[in-house]
Design a protein around this ligand. Structure first.
Ligand SMILES: *Cc1c(COP(=O)(O)O)cnc(C)c1O
Length: 406
């Protein structure tokens, strides 16, 4: 019998052909230390009981699985359920794995969590977990993002984190990643690297998946209670893949469950104008892993563009590269306009303002639901809440104060 996709990665950190550790040898030793510590923690029931305790009593899990009756009736097709990760503390699924990583770091005797952030969502979730568990926190952020996402900078500082402004390169996410790795390799003593998604070298994709798979585990119990059967479709947006594998992992062995990975189609499908890595990329190397990548002919990452900062990444986690080659997922993309439309539809029909990232998944569900019968069940992951996006979207929709006045 073929091995379950859930059992990956193999001992060397590969999901099929993808993943691995493409890093300098001094970093490899530090990664091996994390992998070993995680293996021991994973086998310790006390580690998991603390993780579950905090997710329940601090982060607010389980998040509801809500039957979106109004939206389903409006679309006259499948029954749409929403997994409400937006209701977690700090407003997204990211708290699931940052708490796990903070507990692991503490167990390893580390004193500081360090990571990069783009829009700041990951930085805030990590700074929160650091405050909770009692660790220092240092977040590197490109200067452009520091200006653009000022309120998240203030949040991180209030949570006790040190925010380091990165002034090299294009002063965005990629430069922040390089800066964090450089700083860490120079002086790794006492530091645990936090990861924003199921990306980077082994063991990070595996560890982040293990802390996120609680999403789908809850969905199975919740849908059995409400519908007495498992869903026909799971739909989630994919940047690096953490919220999507969080939902999908539990159902990988249920062949009848179709899984749709929705990427950022950006402005259009011209190179540089989107972030549809699985659909339009080719295997290559980025940030220590072998994975699908939007790349130029020299193998360098192409620029990416999306209305959603959380999806704006030229790579994707190795788990999804493998699921694509295995034919286990359907890869789709949703463009900026469609995501913006779905953002407004969900707000008006259900009173839920989704993150613009999650709106990509909602938009795809809106596309397919009318073609499905009323007995079909679609579960959409609402990976986060949209409060962070409203100023930008108000501008984009012309809902500025001037326009409201007339
Ligand atoms: C970070 C983020 C994403 C994208 O990351 P994944 O690892 O692909 O889940 C999606 N939605 C929200 C709300 C995010 O904050």
């Amino acid at each position: 019998m073929k091995k379950s996709l859930k059992s990956l990665p193999d001992e060397t950190g590969y999901f099929g052909k993808y993943g691995g550790q493409f890093v300098p040898s001094e970093l490899k030793l530090l990664l091996d230390e994390v992998a070993k510590a995680y293996e021991v923690a994973k086998a310790d029931p006390n580690f998991w009981s603390e993780y579950y305790y905090l997710l329940k009593n601090y982060a607010g899990r389980p998040s509801p699985l809500y039957y979106a009756k109004n939206l389903s009736q409006k679309l006259k097709g499948a029954k749409i359920y929403l997994k409400r990760e937006d209701l977690n503390h700090t407003g997204s699924h990211k708290i699931n794995h940052t708490i796990g990583e903070a507990l692991l770091a503490k167990r390893m005797g580390k004193t500081k969590l360090m990571a990069e952030t783009g829009a700041g969502q990951h930085g805030v979730a990590l700074a929160t977990a650091a405050a909770l568990v009692g660790l220092e926190c240092e977040i590197h952020m490109g200067e452009v993002d520091v200006v653009r996402q000022h309120s998240n900078v203030v949040r991180m500082q209030l949570l006790g984190a040190k925010v380091v402004t990165v002034k090299t390169g294009s002063r965005c996410l990629k430069d922040a990643v390089d800066d964090v790795l450089g700083t860490f390799i120079k002086n790794p003593e006492g530091i645990f690297l936090g990861t924003g998604s199921t990306v980077g070298p082994h063991p990070f994709p595996m560890i982040v998946r293990d802390f996120q798979k609680i999403i789908g585990e809850e969905v199975r119990m919740q849908i059995l209670e409400q519908e007495r059967r498992i869903p026909d479709y799971l739909v989630a947006c994919v940047g690096g893949g953490s919220n999507a594998i969080g939902l999908f992992n539990e159902f990988l062995d249920d062949a009848q469950v179709k899984m749709i990975a929705v990427e950022a189609g950006g402005k259009n499908s011209e190179p540089g104008n989107h972030a549809a890595t699985l659909s339009l990329g080719k295997p290559g190397k980025i940030h220590g892993m072998f994975t699908y990548l939007l790349q130029d002919k020299n193998g360098d990452p192409l620029p990416v563009e999306s209305i959603a900062a959380g999806l704006d990444y030229p790579g994707v986690g190795p788990i999804f590269s493998n699921l694509k080659d295995e034919g286990r997922i359907i890869c789709e993309s949703i463009n900026d306009e469609e995501a913006l439309g779905a953002f407004q539809v969900l707000a008006k029909t259900e009173g839920i303002i989704p993150a613009i990232e999650s709106s990509h998944a909602v938009a795809h569900a809106i596309k397919i639901a009318p073609k499905l019968g009323p007995e079909q069940i679609v579960v959409v992951n609402i990976s986060g809440r949209g409060d962070k996006d409203i100023d930008f979207i108000a501008d984009r929709l012309g809902l500025s104060q001037d326009n409201n006045a007339n």
